[in-house]
Design a protein around this ligand. Structure first.
Ligand code: CCH
Length: 292
């Protein structure tokens, strides 16, 4: 049953809060899926829909939600994100007035906040684009590469070394799936709780190459249950990256502050300022801050 959009309906912050709440409730409907939450895969959808931005051509980014279209939906980097897109489609049916770009990025905000992360300032204003806005393959990072690659890819989006490291801390959440990326396993022991554990583990554990026939990845020598991608490990090897990774390992507060700021920017990439409804981003309430 698709609800009809009422003519002249202008959604308010409260309307977006209702969408946030529905998304937040959906995370816990995961049952046996992964670690019992859809939060991580929905955060990944928000990131991959934003991280295609190219500052020179001003193309890509979260504005048009172009991952709905082929071939972008089929790009190797997006393998498995059909799961997240299908989940969000259910929310869209209930709130047909919201655009896909706003819906997906609000999903990312809800994922971070509901998994104990910092507040992510957010505001609506993205519009639905068309297949011709879809971005070329190769704009998202390749986990088998090193520091130069990270700087090229994130530099193209407009991010510096500190911001690259802060963003990478998202890998406190979720896991790799051999059926999707080829890589396997979680980065932390609590993949549905946002912490700076990703950075702590990078420094505290001894990381060795995993002996398997899959792509080259690290495993922790002690328990062999955690993993790091080559692009994660390089954050401890490159001098400039290491400085920030160390600071985030030492202070969860600093990590949360910087992560919040950089993710808020990430989710607004590619959205012309004049499209935003509110002059300043909003802070959406967590489920447990409301009397619902
Ligand atoms: Fe990531 N990420 N990511 N990542 N990522 C993967 C999973 C997640 C890279 C590669 C991978 C960010 C940056 C990078 C998440 C959030 C962010 C996977 C496994 C690979 C590979 C996919 C699979 O198999 O399902 C690389 C390379 C970079 C370079 O920096 C950034 C930035 C963010 C968000 C801000 C989240 C969350 C996941 C878990 C998804 C899940 O399904 O559990």
């Amino acid at each position: 049953q698709v609800a009809k959009v009422k003519a002249n309906f202008v959604p308010t912050k409260e309307d977006y809060q209702k969408v946030y709440n529905k998304i937040a409730e959906l995370f816990d409907e995961a049952g046996e899926y992964d670690d019992g939450s859809y939060g991580p895969v929905i955060l990944r959808l928000a990131w991959h829909s934003s991280g295609t931005y190219d500052k020179d051509t001003k193309t890509g980014g979260s504005n048009y939600a172009t991952m709905r279209f082929e071939p972008e939906s089929l790009h190797g980097a997006n393998a498995g994100l059909n799961v997240a897109r299908d989940l969000m489609e259910k929310i869209k049916q209930e709130f047909p007035w919201i655009t896909y770009g706003d819906l997906w990025t609000l999903g990312g905000v809800a994922a971070v906040q509901e998994m104990s992360g910092p507040k992510i300032p957010w505001r609506p204003g993205r519009i639905d684009g068309h297949a011709e806005h879809a971005t070329p393959d190769g704009r998202l990072p390749d986990a088998s590469q090193g520091g130069d690659h990270l700087r090229n890819i994130f530099g193209r989006m407009g991010f510096n070394d500190q911001e690259i490291v802060a963003l990478s801390g998202a890998h406190a959440l979720g896991r790799c799936h051999s059926s999707r990326s080829g890589y396997e396993g979680p980065w932390t022991f609590s993949p549905t709780t946002m912490t700076n554990d990703f950075f702590k583990l990078l420094f505290d554990e001894k990381w060795v190459w995993k002996k398997w026939s899959g792509p080259k990845q690290y495993e922790d020598k002690k328990t062999k249950t955690l993993m790091m991608l080559p692009t994660d490990y390089v954050l401890t090897q490159d001098k400039s990256f290491r400085k920030y990774a160390r600071a985030y390992a030492d202070s969860n507060e600093l990590f949360f502050k910087d992560f919040s700021a950089v993710v808020a920017r990430l989710f607004e990439l590619g959205v012309p300022t004049e499209q935003f409804v509110a002059p300043e981003p909003w802070i959406m309430k967590n489920l447990d801050e409301q009397d619902t």
